[in-house]
Ligand binder design. Structure first.
Ligand SMILES: [Cu+2]
Length: 170
């Protein structure tokens, strides 16, 4: 009984040994590495240093600024502050007008007689020499933009008793 058991255990072990030896022999016979050590990498890296390629100028990005979208149309320039003075019955209406700087005053002659707007004092018109109109026939208008703050007296150069005042505030 005991011998059979021993044989059963020995036989498989022998087979394993034989298989291992066979595999070892065939393996070492074909797997021997040859002279493959000739893979000497040439020093190609030195060439890169000899030709320093200059970086191309990055000009492609700057023109992007021309692609800025159009700003929203703020109608600040189109809007003009205007005030009106009527010349009627040989008088300015209103006789005194208060405006903000940058406002344009428009005088309109509604009389049948001609009038002429001019800065004080008569007849030199030296307070605001730019403020002087042509002779305004009936229906004609004269416009003047007051830029600086101050109080500006004016009159009708043809009828100097006709007087008016423009007060310009900030
Ligand atoms: Cu005058």
């Amino acid at each position: 009984m005991a011998e059979r058991i021993a044989l059963k255990m020995v036989l498989p072990g022998m087979l394993v040994l034989v298989l291992l030896l066979a595999a070892g022999c065939t393996g070492t016979g074909s797997g021997e590495p040859g002279t493959v050590t000739t893979t000497a990498t040439p020093p190609v890296t030195t060439i890169v240093g000899e030709s320093p390629t200059p970086e191309p100028p990055v000009t492609g990005t700057t023109p992007v600024e021309s692609m800025t979208p159009e700003p929203p149309v703020t109608e600040t320039t189109a809007v003009e502050s205007v005030a009106e003075v009527l010349i009627r019955n040989f008088a300015f209406e209103p006789a005194s007008l208060t405006i903000s700087a940058g406002t344009t005053v428009i005088w309109t002659n509604e009389d049948s007689a001609p009038h002429q707007v001019a800065s004080d004092p008569h007849p030199a018109h030296t307070d605001l020499p730019e403020l002087v109109s042509d002779t305004l026939s009936s229906g004609d208008s004269y416009r003047f933009t007051f830029v600086k703050t101050g109080t500006y007296g004016y009159h009708c150069h043809l009828h100097p008793t006709m007087k008016g005042t423009i007060v310009v505030e900030e």
